[in-house]
Write a new protein. Structure first.
Length: 277
């Protein structure tokens, strides 16, 4: 191990989820999510990543006609025992039936445990969209249900459904996410029925529960595919929606009824069913 490492602190004023997706898709190392941004650590200089994030912020501001502020600060630190310090900063979290914790914390005796190491995965349960999705899964997924996690990311949502006794498929267009989904299932001693790189349209199966924690624009783009994958009596869980885009998303799901709306901070998760279901 080198004697020093680089730490890049990224602070963003809005659209946290879009920046998270950008980092997940472009950088070769894991990153930590904070309330107002991200922290990236590496033994290699991170100035190129900082430049890329700033360029992304400018492009996003132009595309959305908004002033999205982004500040990147890099510092060089002594290695010492920063891994231990980082581990100590990550706290387990209780979400309804689930207890999400890193491998270095003791499991809960009163909850369904999900082990996720933040340094190795993008979804840890701490972000409002993941937390509210898990709440919906805790309520609506039943034993022996057939479930698909669309845009699986770390696989945490699918793992939660598996631990409730469901038969679960998962897909993601990002190969790194597919790999993380499989690894985190193994870490939790569960196994997906099928996992593939690509969209849910690849499968002709019908599901009792379809979960998609992505972003609003993608949820509108793949609306037909998500509804096609759902059984007539099934439940559709949509997450990753900023509240200001909620009506835009719902416009593509007019043929469905809202069963539940879960709001946390500025994020919304919608639980939908087909009309007359």
């Amino acid at each position: 191990m080198q004697e020093s490492y680089y730490e890049l602190t990224i602070t963003v004023s809005s659209h946290h989820e879009l920046f998270s997706d950008f980092l997940a898709d472009t950088i070769p190392v894991g990153f930590e999510e904070t309330d107002d941004g991200f922290i990236v650590r590496s033994e290699d200089d991170l100035q190129t990543i900082a430049w890329g994030v700033e360029q992304f912020a400018q492009a996003l501001s132009k595309a959305l006609s908004l002033n999205i502020e982004c500040e990147c600060k890099q510092k060089k630190l002594e290695t010492n025992d920063w891994v231990k310090e980082y581990q100590q900063s990550i706290q387990p979290i209780e979400i309804d039936k689930f207890y999400i914790h890193p491998t270095w914390n003791e499991p809960s005796k009163n909850h369904i445990n999900i082990e996720i190491d933040p340094a190795l995965a993008f979804g840890t349960g701490h972000h409002p969209t993941t937390a509210s999705s898990l709440r919906a899964i805790s309520t609506y997924v039943k034993e022996n249900d057939k479930v698909i996690d669309v845009g699986s990311g770390s696989g945490i949502l699918g793992v939660g459904a598996l631990k409730l006794g469901a038969l679960v498929d998962a897909c993601d267009t990002d190969p790194v996410s597919v790999e993380n989904t499989i690894k985190n299932a193994e870490l939790n001693h569960v196994e997906f029925n099928k996992v593939w790189e690509g969209s849910c349209s690849v499968s002709d199966d019908k599901y009792d529960v379809v979960v998609a924690n992505i972003v609003a624009d993608v949820l509108t783009f793949i609306a037909k595919d998500l509804k096609k994958a759902l059984k007539d009596s099934g439940v559709l869980i949509l997450s990753g929606i900023l509240d200001k885009y909620e009506d835009k998303v719902l416009n593509f799901y007019k043929d469905m009824n809202i069963v539940e709306r879960i709001a946390q901070e500025e994020w919304v998760t919608l639980v939908l069913k087909k009309e007359n279901a």
